[in-house]
Design a protein around this ligand. Structure first.
Ligand code: GLU
Length: 481
């Protein structure tokens, strides 16, 4: 059997980190098994639909290197892959369910349903549709209050639905009793529940891998598979990603729920992928740093966590620092360019490219995220007229600093070779031997004056890159207190 898995995001805004997490686990299994991975866009919720969201899903999954084999942009044997383009596909199945007595029309208005729910809550009975419309013709129903002209279609849940099923990750699962779920809305769109089953069947999906929030829906899906005479796929429900306080990660509460946030911050896709893998999976060797291929080769559903993994950004930063250090210098430089360009400093000239190439070895071990380059290299790329010394650095390192800065400038001025070694030798002679200072004390004011901050790449190297004129100007013009 060729395995076919899918991820089925709803285009309702910035792509959620859960979409990447689900795609990763789907794809780890697919690639191990030599199967196919489908990207299906579940856009039946028109109220929450956002037009640019689908493209963002494509962009973010591509950025992570999670490539699908079939999808709205790629096509494939089961196209279209957007549910809104498949509306006529669902209708015959609704007709069959109605004809077989597994579904019925419901004309209740939203107001009537609201009242019914409030009444159930007041009486502390389980909430769920009370079947007022079941078995009635429109005329019979219209004689009662709260009746609309356009019906929805509901499933008729039997007394003994399949509440127990086998999950690849969790083993035997007991799901709660469902109520008579709407499967076709008044606007003619199927709900998620009908569309997901019809599409999973028609697209030949063999394994449904999704978040644990769908466990309670699975009995409804199993019923639909059975009623329509279709083979049930296997199910695996992944644990939900959680905030440090154990709540579910949501885009409203946690910026890290948005995939674009990781790009903005400068996390590397390889680090994020490793992190997401680690959240739900462990390699048999226990090794925490692994590639997609390593995860995929060893993949085993029984090694997937069932406990909601906590989204620990410190761990991600640690991983990211590791992957940054592993990059070839020119690769790192290329990945830093967008951040420097965004800051308005990088103009792509040969001069800027050389400055960046020279500074990469100085900062490669000092970054946890790429966006830190903006603070680390501000001194080098910012226009001279925009250069300012951070007030904290002034306060900390430039009080009474005139003698040190003057001695440094006087020692550097005569240099004919502007190399790291020449700079260091001249500074050490003037400040350590001449003024009798320890290197830390001697370099701090020079660093503040030249780099504008207390945190900067190694000083003599930074000064060599910055050039003699700019260094001397900054030493002589420092805002000393
Ligand atoms: N459209 C659903 C979602 O956004 C898909 C759930 C599923 O994979 O069945 O999560």
């Amino acid at each position: 059997m060729t395995v076919r898995l899918r991820v089925a995001p709803s285009p309702t805004g910035d792509p959620h980190v859960g979409t990447a997490y689900m795609s990763l686990f789907n794809l780890a299994f697919v690639r191990q098994q030599g199967g196919q991975f489908v990207l299906r866009i579940e856009d039946t919720d028109r109220a929450r639909f956002r037009a640019d969201s689908e493209q963002q899903v494509f962009d973010m999954l591509s950025w992570l290197g999670l490539q699908w084999d079939e999808g709205p942009d790629k096509g494939g044997p089961f196209a279209p892959y957007r549910q809104s383009e498949r509306l006529e596909t669902y209708q015959p199945h609704v007709e069959k369910l109605l004809a077989d007595g597994h579904a019925y029309y419901c004309w209740c208005t939203p107001e009537r349903l609201q009242e019914m729910r409030e009444d159930q809550q007041r009486r502390k009975v389980p909430t769920g549709y009370d079947r007022l419309c079941y078995g009635k013709t429109f005329e019979e129903r219209a004689a009662l209050p709260g009746c609309s002209d356009v019906p929805v279609v509901r499933m008729l849940i039997p007394d003994d639905p399949p509440l127990h099923f086998t999950d690849l990750i969790r083993g035997e699962v007991n799901a709660p009793m469902p109520d008579d779920q709407v499967i076709l809305k008044a606007d003619g769109f199927p709900t998620y529940h009908l569309a997901v089953v019809v599409d999973d069947h028609l697209m030949g999906i063999t394994h449904v891998v999704r978040g644990e929030e769908w466990i309670s829906s699975t009995p409804k899906h199993l019923l639909l598979f059975d009623w329509l005479g279709w083979e049930r796929p296997a199910f695996a429900h992944m644990p939900l990603l959680r905030n440090v306080d154990k709540s579910k990660i949501s885009k409203r509460k946690n910026p890290a729920a948005r995939l674009t946030w990781f790009v903005e911050q400068g996390y590397l896709p390889e680090a994020l992928l490793n992190f997401l893998g680690l959240l739900g999976y462990s390699l048999p060797s226990g090794e925490e740093i692994f590639t997609f291929s390593e995860m995929s080769e060893s993949f085993d559903w029984t090694r997937v966590n069932t406990v909601g993994p906590v989204f620990d950004l410190d761990k991600l930063s640690w991983l990211n620092g590791h992957y940054i250090r592993e990059l070839a210098e020119d690769d790192l430089a290329a990945r830093l360019v967008p951040f420097l360009t965004e800051a308005g400093w990088y103009d792509g000239s040969a001069e800027h490219a050389a400055l960046l190439a020279g500074s990469v070895p100085l900062i490669q071990t000092r970054m946890a995220v790429l966006s830190e380059v903006v603070d680390l290299l501000r001194f080098l790329f910012v226009a001279d007229e925009d250069f300012v010394v951070d007030p904290v650095a002034v306060e900390k390192s430039l009080v009474g600093a005139v003698p040190v800065l003057t001695a440094a400038a006087d020692a550097l001025e005569p240099l004919t070779s502007w190399s790291t070694e020449a700079i260091q030798t001249a500074m050490d002679a003037a400040l350590l031997d001449g003024l009798g200072l320890k290197r830390g004390k001697a370099y701090a004011p020079v660093r503040a004056a030249v780099c504008g901050s207390t945190i900067a790449p190694p000083l003599p190297e930074s000064m060599a890159l910055l050039g003699k004129d700019r260094v001397l100007r900054r030493l002589r013009g420092a805002p000393v207190l």
